[in-house]
Ligand binder design. Structure first.
Ligand SMILES: [Zn+2]
Ligand SMILES: [Zn+2]
Length: 165
């Protein structure tokens, strides 16, 4: 999403509303194990704060991924707050800062960075998901299997078990 800021660029304190519903195709370049729903909704504002353009607002997005333990599909709806600043490209000596050139601010990159940061480290269908049996693959949330549980015990634990006999 590219925002034309010509109306506010010369007036300190001036702001414009930024509302859009669109996809962020650049997200594919990020390495994630989740599948994003194509539509992202942003509602916010860009304000001219002297040397900076400040973007703030809320971003709504949805994604699905497989439970780390049982592989079931987990759909997640996420609403995050975004606050980022943009520096005019010629005034930026910080390589990490978001920049803009002329009258156009491209807000895709900061939005995508915020989305990636907001993704959970691990996705599980529920805190007490029992996962799959490591021997036969049965989904232990649905039924139990007859595998000998000792087969999956860590060998170091086996040693301890003998020790406590
Ligand atoms: Zn699960
Ligand atoms: Zn089993």
């Amino acid at each position: 999403m590219r925002v034309n800021v010509s109306d506010i660029i010369k007036t300190e304190g001036a702001g414009i509303d930024v509302n859009f519903s669109d996809n962020l195709p650049g997200l594919r370049e990020y390495d994630t194990s989740v599948e994003f729903k194509p539509s992202f909704e942003f509602t916010g504002r860009i304000v001219n704060l002297g040397g900076l353009l400040k973007l703030s607002g809320g971003l709504h997005f949805e994604f699905s991924a497989n439970c780390l333990r049982c592989l079931k599909q987990v759909d997640t709806v996420s609403d995050i707050k975004v606050e980022e600043s943009f520096v005019e490209v010629s005034k930026s000596d910080d390589v990490d800062a978001y920049t803009f050139e002329g009258n156009v601010v491209d807000i895709d990159k900061p939005l995508m960075d915020n989305i990636i940061l907001a993704l959970p480290m691990k996705i599980i269908c529920s805190e007490d998901c029992k996962g799959l049996c490591k021997t036969c693959g049965t989904n232990l949330n649905i039924k139990n299997c007859n595998c000998d549980e000792r087969e999956i015990v860590d060998p170091r634990m086996e040693i301890l078990k003998d020790y406590f006999k």
